[in-house]
Design a protein. Structure first.
Length: 472
């Protein structure tokens, strides 16, 4: 598809150029007009927001390592060393920093420019302006949620759970009073994430459903994912996960795909099951670090499926007729390695990066209902997914739901976060191939400081109020 974000950026009536220095939380904005007068219309506002979407398509974020690192820190994938890099798989980080901190805060900066613009003075349809601003609120929430999952201390032993250190929740752009923010607590982060999502939901219309942009349905879906994740810290959030996921299933225009459309949904723009995607194009210049190449390419094709005799591997997870396994070519051999073939199938990197889809809503609702004591309803929604994938229908137990999540989202970057929220040690399928056992000779246990990334030295030097994570 065309790179819709970049195309709309260059059609803007003004030019924005961003250059980032040491202060990742407040990137420098150089504009040919000031930020007060440069945004004059709904079209201008939309163009700025497209800058946020464009930054999400970075190989450090949803077009690459953010997804991959959710898999190599698990029992699903490992780096075979083709590129000479182990990345997050080693879970042996320099205290000088690791991960997408600066990339994600640059997304947040663009959202804040949109949110703090003088909306009443802009020309254009007010409902359209509200929808744009609503998208910015929801994207800001998603970006902070992603930072929290990578840098928050809530799953590190002795750090305080919900009262432990999260990340700075940045709501302003270049505010002199907030140039060096401190880290908020995890609970404060979650409160702000929920508030931003609800604000976005209240402002977006109910008709826009192109998944390549944030929508009301996409925001409800992110709320369901965030609430389920945080339910492991505060179980009261499971009911919010149930409500948000059920809203999507009952009210949104998207639907799960059956066997006939399953393979095609991975190379179709705005597929029927996508709730939010980050658009991609062969002109995005992710090159060797694009998802297709990383999963199976001739160069940098080093993220492969781990097999072994330890914890359950891919062959133990799937039944033979499951369409997510080998029967339709979703998984198969490539260059001598068992590889992901069906997701991000286009080697020109033109496949959209699906962030969240309808099938997850079925499994979130199933888990939330099971935790609420309604096993019968949980079974219905668990079976909804199993039935369209060629898997045996099972009773609703937590183990069965988590197994189905592993099957359904294999390769999509969710596994590490399921492992941590469930309080699991990282399972070892093969202790040689899975590089995260380098420090102790055994798996990374739940509660280890290595479950969270260190914050970069440059950020800590630029902002004296930022403290590094425990253990680094």
């Amino acid at each position: 598809m065309k790179n819709i974000y970049k195309s709309l950026l260059v059609l803007s009536s003004f030019l924005i150029v961003i250059s980032c220095g040491n202060d990742d939380l407040e990137p420098t904005l150089a504009m040919n007009k000031s930020s007060e007068t440069g945004i004059q219309s709904a079209e201008d506002l939309s163009s700025v927001l497209n800058g946020a979407y464009d930054r999400m398509s970075s190989s450090a974020y949803y077009a690459g390592y953010f997804i991959l690192n959710g898999e190599v820190r698990s029992d699903n994938f490992y780096p075979n060393g083709t590129s000479g890099r182990r990345g997050a798989a080693a879970m042996d980080y320099s205290p000088n920093g690791y991960g997408p901190w600066s990339t994600i805060y640059r997304v947040i900066a663009m959202c804040n420019i949109v949110i703090q613009a003088d909306h009443a003075s802009l020309s254009g349809n007010q409902a359209a302006i509200d929808h744009i601003v609503g998208q910015a609120y929801a994207l800001r929430a998603l970006a902070h949620f992603d930072l929290l999952r990578e840098y928050g201390q809530h799953f590190v032993s002795g750090q305080g759970g919900g009262n432990s250190l999260g990340v700075p929740y940045v709501k302003t752009y270049r505010d002199p009073a907030n140039l060096t923010p401190s880290r908020d607590t995890v609970q404060s982060n979650v409160d702000n994430i929920v508030a931003d999502l609800n604000q976005g939901i209240s402002m977006m219309n109910s008709t826009a459903d192109d998944s390549r942009y944030m929508t009301k349905g996409g925001a409800y879906a992110i709320l369901a994912r965030a609430a389920l994740y945080y339910g492991s810290v505060n179980s009261a959030y499971y009911s919010a996960a149930a409500s948000a996921s059920k809203w999507v299933l009952d009210n949104w225009s998207k639907a799960a795909v059956g066997p006939s459309g399953y393979m095609a949904c991975w190379y179709t723009d705005n597929p029927v099951n996508a709730l939010f995607s980050v658009a991609a194009s062969g002109t995005d210049s992710n090159g060797l670090e694009g998802m297709a190449n990383m999963y199976r390419g001739p160069t940098y094709g080093d993220i492969r499926i781990v097999e072994g005799d330890g914890a359950d591997d891919v062959h133990d997870v799937y039944e033979s007729d499951d369409i997510r396994y080998t029967s339709q070519g979703m998984i198969g051999m490539e260059r001598g390695y068992l590889s992901m073939l069906g997701k991000w199938p286009s080697m020109d990197y033109s496949d959209d990066n699906i962030v969240i889809r309808v099938e997850e809503m079925h499994l979130i609702y199933a888990e939330a209902m099971l935790r609420a004591g309604d096993a019968a309803t949980a079974k219905t929604y668990l079976n909804n997914v199993q039935a369209i994938r060629g898997a045996s229908l099972t009773e609703a137990t937590l183990d069965n739901i988590i197994l189905e999540r592993r099957r359904e989202f294999f390769g999509e970057g969710l596994r590490f976060y399921d492992i941590t929220r469930l309080g699991m040690d990282i399972p070892l399928v093969d202790s040689v191939l899975q590089r995260y056992d380098d420090l102790t000779g055994s798996t990374v246990e739940y509660g280890s400081y290595r479950l969270a990334y260190p914050i970069s030295l440059s950020e800590r030097n630029a902002n004296p109020n930022i403290v590094n994570n425990y253990g680094y």
